[in-house]
Design a protein around this ligand. Sequence first.
Ligand SMILES: C[S@@+](CC[C@H](N)C(=O)[O-])C[C@H]1O[C@@H](n2cnc3c(N)ncnc32)[C@H](O)[C@@H]1O
Length: 294
Amino acid sequence: MLYVFAMNYRHIYHAGNFADVVKHLVLALCLEHLRKKDAPFFVLDAHGGTGLYDLSSDQAQKTKEHQPGIAALIKKGAANTDAAFYLDAVRRDFAKGHYPGSPMLAARLLRPQDRMIANELHPEDMQVLKQNMAGFANVRVTEMDAFEVIRANIPPQERRGIVLIDPPYEIENNEHEIVAAQMQQWKKRWANGIYVLWYPIKGSLPVRDTLVEAATALGLPRTWLCEYRGANLPPLPGSDRGDRARMNAAGLIVFNAPYQVPERVEAALMEFAPVLGGGAETRWLVPDKSYQQG
Ligand SMILES: C[S@@+](CC[C@H](N)C(=O)[O-])C[C@H]1O[C@@H](n2cnc3c(N)ncnc32)[C@H](O)[C@@H]1O
């Protein structure tokens, strides 16, 4: 089935905000876990965005969401090793006024034997992503619908790796319903892959409840939920988008969460919370039973 979406979302308005920070911390620690074994791994970034965001652009400056997010964290620094690992991965770009998106962070953590597909459906963003990934020999950029690219590439030949699912959830597209249905395909095709699924939490949106319910029912081992709430962003001046304009909480569901990554994320977020404001709530949706992962 081909999904045709209205594509209005542009990530540049949100790059480096608290939700990006939490998502990219989780992604970086999952990749760090995979790097512990020499065997190659595969990364599929199904909603890649452009890979690098200019924080001085008009769009980023309109919202300034990076300021209480990554900018505040870089300024403060971190003592926790994992928090510092993420900040170090961002620092080089930040010094040049940029924030690296998920494909850039992941590409830098690949070893020569690893492989990544970075996918983006928006034609202009895909071209920018292609330019930003040009220096990475083991990254292929595709322009497919996210759910088609996942279907076409799992299970990967490497048999270990991670899929990042990071849709904009534009409500007219009902993407949360599609994601909830697609999970069953992922389980059928590649039940021991690591899946990192991001979602926004807003009072008016049904996304969270649908996804949490579906993920719990799916029953994949070590299904872990991490939500970050209470980054009190001021209302967007002149916004005509009502309560959709600002998002004060977001979550991640990780299937087959790698050993100790949840605990390490929790510790890192304890250090970030006083700077970001608010805090994390985490829990297992499906606990570990007989945990064995490559
Ligand atoms: C939240 S952004 C991705 C941010 C990126 N993962 C990161 O963390 O840096 C979502 C991206 O998905 C793209 N997109 C929207 N619908 C899509 C679809 N059906 N298939 C692939 N990409 C899609 C949007 O153009 C947007 O660039």
